[in-house]
Design a protein around this ligand. Structure first.
Ligand SMILES: Cc1cc2nc3c(=O)[nH]c(=O)nc-3n(C[C@H](O)[C@H](O)[C@H](O)COP(=O)(O)OP(=O)(O)OC[C@H]3O[C@@H](n4cnc5c(N)ncnc54)[C@H](O)[C@@H]3O)c2cc1C
Length: 183
């Protein structure tokens, strides 16, 4: 029997950073990843590991317009603004996790690149999650979300062995308190 506040699906950069942020806020959580642990997986591990961020040469307005333009105008304006404004802090936060950069300066140009590219980035993020004793279940897939009143309230998950379980209730944001789920 397991219980936690937040279920994170996927062990790429989105899942790992979400898990680290939720852990820093004191939430109990579980990460599930459909791939086996010891094989390269996720786009993050195959990426170039380049991160755009604002600098004197690449002002916030230009970064914002590039993102909106690349998405054909579909990027969420508020989230894009946060992403742009926090881009330097994101680099600094990744540095605290031990991410090495090919350039020590965070000012020139429009992007930083991780030494060792995505392979190194993915390994460092996973190590950071493991170091905080956040539980990860590999070979475990979320295959259906449970909706209630247009909110995600849970998920069906299955393991490689074919066992299927219902994960009950994510954080109930409407009541601003956690509802637990059991595995
Ligand atoms: C060749 C290449 C180069 C790139 N270079 C760059 C770059 O330089 N800079 C940049 O910003 N972006 C780059 N990208 C894009 C970047 O890699 C992705 O945007 C980013 O890694 C996505 O992160 P993620 O965590 O959302 O997804 P992923 O890293 O793909 O992680 C998702 C994880 O979720 C798991 N998963 C999926 N569905 C389920 C499920 N139902 N249940 C359980 N687990 C599940 C997957 O197995 C995977 O491990 C590149 C992409 C590629 C392919």
């Amino acid at each position: 029997m397991e219980s936690c506040d937040i279920l994170v699906v996927g062990e790429g950069i989105a899942g790992c950073t979400a898990a680290l942020a939720a852990n820093a806020q004191g939430a109990s959580l579980l990460v599930i990843e459909k791939a086996p642990q010891n094989v390269p997986h996720a786009n993050t591990a195959f990426s170039g590991g380049s991160f755009r961020r604002i600098s004197q040469a690449y002002p916030a307005e230009k970064f914002y317009q590039d993102m909106i333009g690349l998405s054909g105008g579909k990027a969420d304006p508020d989230l894009t603004k946060i992403m742009v404004e926090e881009s330097r802090n994101a680099r600094d936060w990744l540095t605290t996790l031990g991410v090495p950069w090919t350039s020590k300066s965070r000012d020139p140009g429009a992007a930083d690149q991780v030494e060792g590219q995505g392979k190194s980035l993915a390994e460092i993020l996973r190590r950071a999650v493991a170091a905080r004793n956040i539980k990860i279940l590999h070979e475990t897939e979320a295959y259906s979300l449970i909706l209630a009143s247009e909110e995600i309230r849970g998920a069906w998950i299955k393991t490689t062995g074919g066992n299927s379980e219902r994960v009950k209730s994510f954080v109930d944001r409407s009541r601003r308190q956690s509802s637990q789920f059991d595995l």
